[in-house]
Design a protein around this ligand. Structure first.
Ligand code: TXA
Ligand code: MG
Length: 339
């Protein structure tokens, strides 16, 4: 059932969460599938509903820095970034306190924590007074949901409650940063907070984990790598991430059954079927539209999706990261082209 977020809804959904149930919740990044983070069996139900392997740990959502401090040790770098970016799309990997059940962290001694900005989720956190473990509310490996309807379409038969907070303002997941070494903050997943903004806040460069910068399917998964699965965010339709923009010549020729997606508006004269991610030419708008567009393109009308890369500024690296992983799935598991 989809709940609109009235006061009565929030009271009801708090009760569901307190008694170990699951609720899909809006965040500013993507919709999450939430459960009481300190209730191990409630968290197990998240893994079951998503079909997610239990070695892939969950992010815990809390109301504020005090909520984070109850679960983990925040050093001075974490606190500096938290004051600057929370509430917002930034997740820290932190040494966990014993109170966090091992199912949440897949047995690790670290926990991923963030303070979300969506007003409806913040109202629910204030009402239920619980830390909420919530991965993205999609079946494992599929495209993340950015509307309540996306959650309903994929998980509607497995979960009873969806809180509808409208379309997500950012549209792709939080940036995950490992801040355990105060001298060396490392981005494990590019996301809603650009690398340059983190570097500016700290007054020094922040590096992207080597595994992220040069992903190679052959490389064994290291200890730090759970958020770096190659295959992810994948439509069923094969997707190709191009190395460069389409040439005008390519765009002049119609190509039936192949969805071609430019980053910004195609030049005049381009074939009528050419799509684009952003009319404004902004990486923010492109991020906001990305997952809904991929879902639409995956509706069965196309045999292949070809996407231009986003520019390397703003949210561009996060967009390209998601597209690279979406393409990885298609390349590793080719499917017969629908007729
Ligand atoms: O924006 C977001 O982060 C969304 C919304 C719902 O908050 N959540 C989200 O969760 O993207 P999920 O589960 O789809 O992705 C979380 C990633 C996973 O890839 C997981 O492997 C990684 O975070 N992760 C969680 N705990 C970790 C830990 N202790 N160490 C390293 N990676 C961790
Ligand atoms: Mg996810």
């Amino acid at each position: 059932m989809i709940h609109s977020g009235s006061e009565a809804d929030l009271i009801f959904l708090s009760h569901i969460l307190r008694s170990g149930g699951l609720v899909a919740v809006p965040t500013e990044t993507v919709y999450g599938l939430a459960a009481h983070a300190l209730d191990a069996s409630a968290c197990e139900a998240i893994f079951r509903a998503k079909g997610r392997p239990t070695h892939d740990p969950l992010i815990v959502h809390v109301a504020d820095i005090a909520g984070a401090t109850a679960l983990a040790h925040l050093n001075e770098v974490a606190l500096r970034l938290a004051h600057r970016f929370w509430p917002g799309p930034l997740t820290f990997i932190l040494p966990k306190k014993p109170i966090v059940p091992s199912i949440v962290t897949s047995g690790r001694d670290t926990v991923a924590i963030r303070v979300p900005a969506h007003p409806l989720l913040r109202a629910l956190l204030a009402r239920c007074k619980l830390p909420l473990a919530a991965p993205s509310a999609n079946p494992f490996g599929y495209i993340s949901p950015t509307t309540a309807a996306h959650v309903q379409a994929n998980l509607g038969e497995r979960i009873a409650h969806i809180l509808d907070g409208g379309p997500c303002a950012i549209g792709l997941e939080s940036t995950i940063v490992d801040v355990r070494d105060p001298k060396d903050a490392v981005i494990l997943r590019p996301g809603g907070i650009p690398q340059a903004d983190l570097a500016a806040a700290l007054g020094r460069p922040v590096r992207i984990h080597q595994r992220m910068a040069t992903p190679s399917p052959a490389e064994p998964k290291g200890e730090l790598a759970p958020g770096m699965l190659d295959r992810h965010y994948s439509p069923r339709t094969p997707l190709v991430l191009r190395e460069r923009a389409f040439s005008l010549e390519e765009l002049l020729t119609p190509s039936p059954k192949v969805a071609r997606v430019c980053f910004s508006q195609p030049p005049p004269g381009a074939a009528a079927d050419v799509l684009h991610l952003t009319s404004e030419g902004s990486t923010e708008e492109a991020a906001r539209r990305l997952f809904a567009l991929l879902r639409w393109l995956d509706g069965g009308a196309f045999a292949r999706i070809e996407m231009e890369p986003a520019p390397p500024t703003g949210l561009g690296p996060a967009i390209n990261d998601r597209l690279r992983r979406a393409a990885c799935q298609s390349q590793q598991m080719p499917r017969p082209t629908p007729g």
